[in-house]
Design a binder for this molecule. Structure first.
Ligand SMILES: [Zn+2]
Length: 275
């Protein structure tokens, strides 16, 4: 039976256990604690545990179980960094905050999603209200002791989408790791934008954001949706890795992914012209 994307999400919300994915070590102090569909990463830093994204509210129990299964205590999460204010990134934020009392960071330009425009979160009735304690300062780094996370503003997918870059030391080499904060282009279809009231100029922001980060050298890409990632087989790498994390080093993956997303939007725009 073919399900539309909306039907697929609704099905997963009713059956979140189907999204379970075993948590695993990625490289150095980075761990995968997300599910089969949407990612979450745990960084074990000198300044405490950092969690990047919290998945949907329905899968928060899987996220918490995964953190525990790797031997960490979710109560020790010090900061939750949210890449943008959609339900599949911030749905679990309240559960994580209730457990840990952690700081919750978000891009300032997405703040209105959580206040006057909650429908923009999508499936907003499933996203419990949670506090934002910090907004990203794009001129600064989030200093976690041994890891210094550089946030970069990448508007397009949402106005406040934020990507993260940080260096790790791996076998004597400095490697740059990155997670793009949100790059799905389906919101940028003309009819979808008209329905949600997003101005068409958001497409220019999206393309400019890709140009802004396209040529940054990234050794380890941490995908937002690993099963759909075009850069390399992220889950496959977790199966074949010898524990060192070497299987996750793919220096061409970042550019490949961003080029594919740029092409996706441009061909969508071309098709619209033809209609
Ligand atoms: Zn999103």
């Amino acid at each position: 039976m073919f399900l539309t994307f909306g039907e697929q999400i609704a099905h997963w919300m009713q059956n979140p256990h189907e999204l379970y994915h075993k948590p695993f070590h990625v490289i150095e102090n980075i761990y995968y604690v997300g599910n089969y569909w949407t990612s979450a990463y745990l960084l074990d830093t000198k300044e405490g545990l950092i969690l990047i994204n919290s998945t949907m509210s329905q899968t928060a129990y899987l996220l918490i179980d995964s953190i525990k299964a790797l031997g960490f205590d979710p109560k020790n999460i010090r900061r939750l960094l949210i890449t943008h204010a959609h339900y599949d990134k911030c749905g679990g934020a309240k559960a994580i905050h209730d457990l840990s009392g952690c700081e919750i960071w978000l891009g300032k330009h997405d703040e209105f999603y959580l206040t006057e425009s909650r429908h923009m979160i999508m499936f907003e009735d499933t996203v419990p209200v949670f506090p934002i304690t910090n907004f990203y300062d794009y001129d600064s780094v989030i200093d976690c002791g041994d890891i210094r996370i550089k946030p970069l503003h990448c508007p397009g997918h949402t106005p406040g989408t934020t990507s993260f870059f940080f260096d790790i030391n791996h076998k004597g080499r400095t490697l740059t790791c990155a997670i793009h904060g949100g790059i799905g282009a389906s919101f940028l279809a003309r009819d979808v934008m008209a329905r949600s009231g997003i101005p068409l100029s958001m497409r220019d922001n999206y393309l400019a954001s890709i140009d802004k980060v396209r040529d940054i050298h990234v050794d380890v890409v941490l995908p937002s949706y690993p099963a759909r990632f075009v850069g390399y087989d992220f889950f496959g790498a977790s199966e074949s890795d010898d524990g060192s994390g070497d299987s996750f080093i793919h220096s061409d993956a970042w550019g490949k992914k961003l080029d594919a997303k740029r092409d996706e939007l441009l061909s969508m725009m071309l098709k619209e012209e033809e209609i």
